[in-house]
Design a protein around this ligand. Structure first.
Ligand code: PMP
Length: 289
């Protein structure tokens, strides 16, 4: 595998980040996970915009333009012969001193990895996925805005460990005021009486690119009404259908939350229509914008 790192394509063994890089020492940096479908980079522009937004919010100035990074992403996909896979784009603060001071790191690093992807097991897409509600709340926006897709994912990882300990793969996180926010690596939607809802960015979530694709493109195409609104856990438990969205997960139905069976306990009909529409749109000319 070849990795694009700071302007060069290097063999995997030679692509290195220093031990004094603040991305490693402090999680000071940001990243994007991006899918490749049929050689097309799904929603590349949206991912680049979000990446730059994350970088600006942590005051990380890059020595590369949008175009250079877009070309780097395409080059990495091509040279590794990835037609269907997953990309990881990472900006780190760069090498500095042992103190926190970010501006003593003179040169940020950028790297791009293009690889295959391990999805949730296929049977979960058929039967629905079981999730739990994490005890640990999502970190408040005032402390670390989840809109910054930073290299510090420990809030999510600790909730993910709760899920793994409970024998499932995903955990729903509430915010500190008890409102539904998002899962550790996926956004959440509920369906009640044919109407879809999802928590707003104000609930303290990452504004997922798959979430926006579902809200702004798939729902209108299928004539499904969708709104963003604050919701309590009870609304998730009482929903007819619950599904999650994410770059890796795509669209996946939820059959149980803790001990509560959702709807009929399988994947609901609206979720199924969305999964099919998602697959149809990514199987041929996956939109790059
Ligand atoms: N929330 C969190 C915390 C995530 O890490 C992700 C995945 N990156 C998502 C939601 C889903 O976002 P997207 O659709 O952009 O992958």
């Amino acid at each position: 595998m070849k990795i694009w790192i700071d302007g060069k394509l290097l063999p995997e063994e030679e692509a290195k980040i220093g031990v004094l890089d603040h991305g490693l020492l402090y999680g000071d940096g940001c990243f994007e996970g991006i899918r490749v479908y049929n050689g097309r980079i799904f929603k590349l522009q949206s991912h680049l915009e979000r990446m730059w937004q994350s970088a600006e919010r942590i005051r990380l100035d890059l020595p590369f333009t949008h175009e250079v990074i877009a070309d780097a992403v395409r080059e990495t996909v091509e040279v590794n012969g990835v037609t269907n896979g997953y990309l990881r784009l990472v900006f780190t603060r760069g090498v500095g001193t042992l103190g926190l001071h970010p501006f003593l790191c003179p040169k940020p690093s950028v790297f791009v990895i293009a690889d295959t992807i391990k999805l949730y097991p296929p049977e979960l897409y058929e039967e629905g996925m079981k999730i739990i509600v994490a005890d640990r709340p999502r970190i408040p926006r005032e402390c670390l805005d989840p809109q910054i897709k930073s290299l510090n994912y420990l809030n999510n990882i600790l909730a993910k460990i709760e899920a793994i300990d409970a024998g499932v793969l995903e955990a729903l996180m509430l915010n500190i005021d008890g409102w539904v926010s998002e899962c550790t690596g996926d956004n959440i939607f509920v369906v009640k009486d044919g109407r879809l809802s999802t928590p707003p960015v104000d609930a303290g979530i990452l504004d997922g690119i798959t979430r926006r694709f579902v809200m702004n493109e798939l729902c209108p195409a299928l004539g499904l009404p969708i709104e963003e609104r604050m919701m309590r856990l009870e609304e998730v438990l009482d929903a007819d259908e619950v599904f999650l969205t994410g770059t890796a997960a795509e669209v996946i139905g939820v059959s149980r939350v803790d001990d509560h069976v959702i709807g009929g306990g399988g994947v609901g009909s609206i979720t199924t229509r969305l999964v099919e529409e998602f697959r149809a749109r990514t199987s041929e000319n996956a939109p790059e914008n």
